[in-house]
Design a protein around this ligand. Structure first.
Ligand SMILES: NC(=O)c1ccc[n+]([C@@H]2O[C@H](COP(=O)([O-])OP(=O)(O)OC[C@H]3O[C@@H](n4cnc5c(N)ncnc54)[C@H](O)[C@@H]3O)[C@@H](O)[C@H]2O)c1
Length: 417
């Protein structure tokens, strides 16, 4: 359904969307505290903020937080399968500019990105760097009026650093992904739980007793391995980094090259942020009935283009079977990030901390307008600490404070044994 300021699946879903957003808000008190302050201080008065994020109920709470701060917000998705149609409808019905629906074509994906760009943003918020790339490649004339932007995920930060390296980045970008609070709650705990959630909703398999191969033992891989282990799976990790592999070994997991793991795994989950970590050469040696899923940002991790040449049938929504040399290979979520394609992404509590980071990063950009270089920036540690304090407060937890004697001791070097 289209109107001047939106394209959504069905505007009649708005009421359900509002209920879901309210449920998310109940679990996001840390972000609501920031929203309350923004409503008083209006840090974004007269500004336009464009977002390309997964349009979920939690993202809607971020949109409302920025709007409470005075921003004129426009949003589209950052993955063709992740938008929640009821949430999109609720945002549109409440006057937010929104272009997104679940299952959108690649053509629509880029049309919608260009719709939010056409609102001439002063701040951009990305998850995966597509918005920044599109602006730099096709709308460079808009760059002088952009104060800066924020990036939500590891893959986006990698792309931004490549832009910075080539001196192609033309406005400052805050790597919200690199907040310690974001890594802990989102990449580690969030991806750990929601990846399994997506895989279970798509397939309803039992994890106990299965050999689950986790490709990549970064923040996300650690979370996925931890939760698969907790469900009784036997976990194998594949890695290309010696230290990460060592961590996996000492966390109690088997580590081996993919060539070997391919033959013995029952379930494979990619979380590397890299390309073609599962290739046809691996798939051909897999067991009949093997299940593949990806939770990395892009659908590049499994070689889907090669798999697409084999006969396919859809067994149930977002769960396909490919017939590869008489063996059945099952793929969840079309190889797109399984937690958002097949489930609802991270729980609201997780996104509260990630989006406290986004909200405070936008405020930081405004406060430092004109003073930041066009590079990738990490937020100061005090802001990250403030987010941790807000989340602890939301949980009703208190901590100790340093005594004067302790502060002095930690700043000194004279006192020994
Ligand atoms: N699904 C989600 O909701 C979600 C949430 C956060 C991040 N992400 C995405 O997940 C991906 C991983 O993020 P991260 O924060 O864990 O990154 P990370 O850099 O911490 O970890 C990636 C790991 O993969 C390893 N790796 C790279 N190539 C490999 C290969 N060929 N084989 C095996 N291992 C390999 C790296 O050595 C590294 O240890 C990124 O694409 C990120 O954007 C997804």
């Amino acid at each position: 359904m289209q109107a001047e300021n939106y394209t959504v699946q069905d505007i009649k879903l708005a009421e359900q969307g509002r209920k879901n957003i309210a449920w998310a808000e109940m679990q996001m008190p840390a972000l609501l505290k920031i929203k309350e302050r923004f409503a008083k201080e209006k840090p974004f008065k007269g500004m336009r903020i464009a977002l390309a994020l997964h349009v979920t109920k939690e993202t809607a709470v971020l949109v409302k937080t920025l709007a409470a701060g005075g921003a004129d917000v426009a949003i589209t998705g950052c993955n063709p399968l992740s938008a929640q149609d009821d949430v999109c409808a609720a945002l549109a019905a409440d006057g937010v500019k929104v272009w997104a629906y679940k299952g959108e074509s690649k053509e629509d994906y880029y049309t919608f990105l260009n719709k939010v760009i056409a609102t001439k943003p002063n701040i951009t918020i990305d998850d995966g760097c597509d918005l920044v790339t599109e602006i730099h490649q096709k709308h460079a004339a808009l760059i002088p009026s952009i104060i800066g932007g924020c990036e939500e995920t590891t893959t986006g930060v990698i792309r931004l650093k490549a832009m910075e390296q080539e001196k192609a980045l033309k406005y400052p970008m805050i790597a919200v992904n690199d907040n310690k609070t974001k890594h802990l709650l989102d990449n580690y705990l969030g991806t750990g739980q929601s990846t399994i959630d997506g895989l279970l909703r798509a397939s309803n398999i039992l994890f106990a007793g299965k050999v689950v191969v986790v490709l990549g033992y970064g923040s996300c891989g650690k979370g996925v391995a931890l939760r698969a282990d907790g469900l009784g799976a036997r976990v194998i990790v594949t890695e290309v980094d010696h230290f990460a592999a060592l961590q996996a070994v000492y966390d109690g997991f088997a580590v081996m090259p993919m060539k070997e793991a391919a033959k013995i795994g029952d379930v494979f989950i990619t979380v590397t942020g890299n390309k073609h970590v599962i290739r046809m050469e691996h798939i051909k040696t897999m067991k009949d009935g093997t299940v593949l899923a990806n939770s990395g940002h892009f659908d590049h991790e499994i070689e889907m283009s090669a798999l697409a040449k084999y006969p396919k049938r859809t067994i149930r929504p977002l769960f396909d079977e490919y017939l590869v040399d008489s063996k059945k290979i099952m793929v969840a979520g079309e190889g797109r990030l399984v937690n958002l394609a097949c489930a609802e992404g991270h729980p609201s509590t997780v996104m509260a901390t990630s989006f406290c980071g986004q909200a405070l990063a936008c405020e930081y950009l405004v406060k430092h307008k004109g003073k930041l270089k066009p590079v990738v920036i990490t937020l100061p540690a005090e802001i990250d600490d403030h987010i941790a304090a807000l989340q602890l407060d939301a949980l009703g937890m208190k901590i100790d404070t340093l005594t004067d004697e302790q502060r002095k001791y930690l700043a000194s070097w004279q006192e020994g044994t």
